[in-house]
Design a protein around this ligand. Structure first.
Ligand SMILES: Cc1ncc(C[n+]2csc(CCOP(=O)(O)OP(=O)(O)O)c2C)c(N)n1
Ligand SMILES: [Mg+2]
Length: 571
């Protein structure tokens, strides 16, 4: 009998995870990792056994993000690791702290054609902050400690780390000289303190600006209070991005999300808080942001100076940097043009109200199918604004991004990794048992990890999954129709996802008419885990379809920015 609390490497790994606060591991079984699997179970860490390794990694990603800890996925050798790679790639781009553990064939069988023998570390290395096979039992404590530090971004960028062990190493004992408690306690993460000179310069630049704009991203997630304080004191306008949606509540007077294009063009000072200037922000290009001066604060270099340097750059914990800037400004009166901010806010509020009314009343299409906005309006009303919303898909994600408000928001992120919906939703419901979790997903996106409804049922995870069933990869259909005049390989069927969910024991309904939505949502919420398969119109054009995102322009992600960039470059 194998005992997880003995001196085996597997037992040590499990104890270290437990000591670091890991209470759940998302996993798919296999012989190479079984010693570790059993040790993790013996240690009292819950195992969420899933149906595809990719889903395990997505779940670990969302679980870690929402709990503010490291997410852990355990996958077997060979195809277990290759299946996990999309999840690792997603966490890499999202900078999500994540540990993926796996096994490799026993050392005596290495490179002899063993079962499931692949060069895991080489496959994963470009996507991981740390990738290593820990062969030697004596090296396991320090190696794993280093990996966990890398995952949370201690001294670098947070992100996924990958560690595997030969199966015989997992079964081997740590040498007697290795102190068993060593490395169990984490080192305190050292974050650089904000530089006082840079803080003063940032306060000067922002407090003398007429039209200051603040944009937040990943690095702002744990800086909500000082961010709001800065917005209040400076009177700036504010744009969030998918990475930090919900950090500043929609009711805050700085929020002008519906005026994104205008604000970006008019601001004379832009403060980025833990946010890359990636494709979602026009790469910070002067063609779009004009001559605005930038202040950039971030706790990792990758969010500090990409694409457009700041006149001031502060590498520090974002909360500390924001608080220091506010303190440095003291009682100084900002030069912010209040007429500009008030005008934007008023226009924003008008657009939001108009949209809400239009969403509630959006007419059916010629075939009698409801507009996706009817679904979103009903969800907003029944699920509320305090929920955790996971949005996934093409057109559907675009509609949801514009029309659905949530205290916590998760989506496919900058990798555009559709298919995360159900796994993220399951992890969210496990991470935050007191909150309502609603996944709203396109039918195409749902299909990738549809089998995870089985995981939700087996683990009694109270998640609501709403499939917006338009029988197509519709945003791609739209692109083909607009640019090629014909449609090929982008249509699906109006499949019966409710029947599929019921086959796995999940409560499910199909909804065809908008007037049936409210009652169906209420029934589903009461019977979670539950799925609603809602038939929606494929012909409703989304803003992402209209903006050109799907067609991938040459210079910028959106048509309008692409044209501006072309004009600016003189090409
Ligand atoms: C893994 C992955 N494969 C393909 C794509 C390209 N893609 C983006 S949106 C989309 C269509 C999504 O269809 P659905 O989820 O049904 O949403 P709809 O557009 O129909 O609302 C596709 C195929 C992607 N982003 N990610
Ligand atoms: Mg679809």
């Amino acid at each position: 009998m194998v005992n997880g609390s003995d001196r085996s490497v597997a037992g040590y790994v499990a104890r270290l995870l437990k000591a670091r606060g890991v209470d759940r591991v998302f996993a798919l079984c296999g012989g190479h990792i079984m010693p570790l699997w059993m040790a993790i179970d013996s240690e009292g860490i819950a195992i969420v056994d899933v149906r595809d390794e990719r889903a395990a990694v997505y779940m670990a990603h969302a679980y870690g993000e929402l709990r503010g800890t490291i997410g852990v996925a355990l996958v077997t050798a060979g195809p277990g690791v290759t299946n996990a790679i999309t999840g690792i790639a997603n966490a890499h781009v999202a900078r999500a702290p994540l540990v993926v553990l796996s096994g490799v064939p026993p050392r005596p069988q290495e490179s002899r054609g063993a079962l499931q023998d692949l060069p895991h570390v080489e496959l994963v290395r470009p996507l991981a902050r740390y990738a290593r096979t820990l062969r030697e039992p004596a090296h396991v404590p320090a190696g794993l400690d280093d990996a966990l530090a890398c995952a949370v971004g201690d001294g670098g960028e947070p992100g996924p780390v990958y560690v595997d062990f030969p199966t015989d190493t997992l079964r081997a004992e740590l040498p007697p000289a290795i102190e068993l408690t060593e490395h169990l306690q984490p080192h305190r993460r050292l974050r650089p303190a904000p530089n006082a000179v840079a803080v003063r310069a940032a306060a000067d630049l922002l407090w003398t600006a007429r039209r200051p704009l603040v944009i937040s991203g990943r690095g702002a997630r744990r800086a909500a209070a000082p961010l709001v304080e800065l917005l209040d004191r400076l009177g700036a306008v504010y744009l969030d991005t998918g990475e930090s949606r919900g950090v500043v509540p929609d009711e805050h007077p700085a929020v002008v999300a519906a005026m994104r294009g205008k604000v970006i063009g008019e601001a004379d000072a832009v403060l980025t808080v833990g946010r890359r200037l990636d494709f979602q922000l026009a790469y910070g290009s002067p063609a779009v942001f004009g001559a605005a001066r930038f202040v950039r604060i971030a706790d990792t270099p990758s969010e500090l100076r990409d694409n457009r340097r700041g006149s001031v750059e502060i590498l520090a914990d974002c909360a500390a940097a924001l608080a220091a800037i506010v303190a440095s400004a003291e009682d100084r009166k900002p030069a912010t043009d209040r007429a500009w901010t008030a005008g934007l806010r008023a226009q924003h509020a008008e657009r939001v109200a108009k949209l809400a009314a239009a969403m509630r009343n959006a007419p059916d299409d010629a075939d009698g199918r409801m507009h996706p906005n009817r679904l979103l309006a009903a969800l907003q009303q029944r699920v509320g604004r305090d929920a955790i919303v996971v949005a996934d898909g093409g057109d559907l994600l675009s509609f949801a991004r514009v029309g659905l408000s949530a205290a916590t928001w998760l989506d496919p992120g900058p990798l555009g990794c559709i298919g995360i919906g159900t796994p993220f939703g399951i992890a969210a419901a496990l991470a935050c048992p007191d909150r309502t979790v609603c996944v709203v997903t396109g039918d195409g996106a749902f299909g990738f990890n549809a089998m995870e409804i089985d995981t939700a049922v087996r683990h009694r995870v109270p998640v609501l999954v709403v499939v917006a069933n338009n029988g197509a990869w519709q945003i791609e259909v739209d692109d083909q129709e607009r640019r090629f005049g014909r449609v090929t390989g982008t249509r699906l069927q109006f499949a019966d996802h409710a029947a599929m969910a019921r086959a796995f024991g999940m409560y499910a309904e199909r909804v065809d008419h908008a007037e049936d939505l409210a009652a169906a949502i209420d029934r589903a919420l009461a019977r979670r885990p539950a799925l609603l398969d809602v038939v929606v119109s494929p012909t409703a054009p989304s803003s992402d379809a209209r903006s050109g995102l799907a067609r991938v322009p040459d210079l910028q992600a959106l048509d309008a920015w692409d044209e501006a960039e072309r004009a600016w470059r003189g090409s």
